[in-house]
Design a protein around this ligand. Structure first.
Ligand code: AMP
Ligand code: ZN
Ligand code: FE
Ligand code: FE
Length: 285
């Protein structure tokens, strides 16, 4: 069983449509794929409609959170997508991304970059808008050679010249909301230092006490020593250890299934969830 529990589509800042994502996941030899777009579940219906036989979809989302001034991402799986409190928070965070992205465009204009909001809007194409879309606009304009090169202090990195923060949920509140909607939570790439400041291990231990289910250990942004340390931490505080690609299509270089989750850990995640079921593919359209 090959299980990849963290992927993005055009519903946020990935470049595969949800239908393309599930087809590519089957082609990559995956048995289980989770669709975890930033702060939205809007890609789920299309992914389910196109789901190839033999591939199971785990519906999820990657929730933008912040604690003690540090941004962090919380993967949420198998929650009830209609549960009102979690739905309201998800929409609040997703909708706030628009004025925030417009403010970043204004900052870039002040810095002499002729990026237009219409250009970013075209690139985001209705998906949950984020810095990767602005980064793609900067690539189009020849300001930077790649999306990754836009994530520097000069441009869009946390605290960078054109960075504007967005509304982010307190992770203790997010865990409570997801649990209340029957879902399971996994702290995404908890030690991805290249993205900016990370949450101290003491906070991760407190999140575990508050009901966090797991941490993403095997992720492209974690080197081997970091993975060992995180696996030990998971054992100490009683968290599940997952692995996943964090696939974004062509906006990142990582391949589907580059990291995977142990089938026993996956089994535990679906045992704990009560808000939704994994969806087995029936062939799709
Ligand atoms: P946002 O949610 O709009 O603040 O944008 C954050 C997203 O940008 C993350 O989810 C990543 O997909 C992407 N990202 C963050 N840091 C980097 C980086 N150093 N290189 C490439 N992409 C990044
Ligand atoms: Zn992303
Ligand atoms: Fe993330
Ligand atoms: Fe992600």
């Amino acid at each position: 069983m090959r299980i990849d529990l963290h992927c993005h589509s055009t519903a946020s800042d990935g470049t595969d449509t949800p239908a393309e994502l599930v087809r590519n996941a089957a082609r990559a030899g995956l048995d289980v794929v989770a669709l975890t777009d930033h702060d939205t579940t809007r890609g789920h219906a299309e992914a389910i409609a196109a789901l190839p036989e033999g591939l199971t979809l785990v519906p999820g989302a990657e929730l933008s959170c912040r604690t003690d001034g540090v941004s962090m991402h919380l993967l949420a799986y198998l929650f009830d997508p209609e549960e009102p409190a979690l739905l309201a928070e998800r929409e609040l965070v997703r909708d706030d991304r628009v004025p925030r992205a417009r403010a970043m465009v204004a900052r870039l204009n002040e810095l002499g970059v002729p990026v237009a909001w219409e250009q970013v809007e075209r690139i985001a194409a209705g998906g949950s808008v984020g810095r990767p879309h602005i980064a793609s606009a900067l690539v189009e304009l020849g300001v930077v050679p790649t999306v990754g090169d836009a994530f520097t202090p000069e441009w869009l990195a946390d605290g960078g010249r054109a960075y504007v923060p967005k509304h982010e949920t307190d992770p203790f509140e997010a865990i409570r909301l997801v649990k209340n909607a029957g879902g399971v939570t996994v702290f995404a790439h908890p030690a991805a230092v290249k993205r900016g400041r990370t949450v101290p291990e003491a906070t991760t231990a407190k999140l575990a006490e508050a009901g966090l289910d797991g941490i993403e250990v095997d992720h492209m942004d974690h080197d081997p020593a970091t993975r060992t340390r995180l696996r030990d931490l998971a054992g100490e505080v009683g968290l599940l250890a997952t692995g996943s690609s964090d696939y974004h299509g062509s906006r990142k270089t990582v391949a589907l299934g580059a990291n995977t989750t142990d089938p026993e850990v996956y089994g535990e995640i679906i045992r704990r969830a009560t808000g939704a079921f994994p969806v087995p593919g029936t062939g799709g359209s």
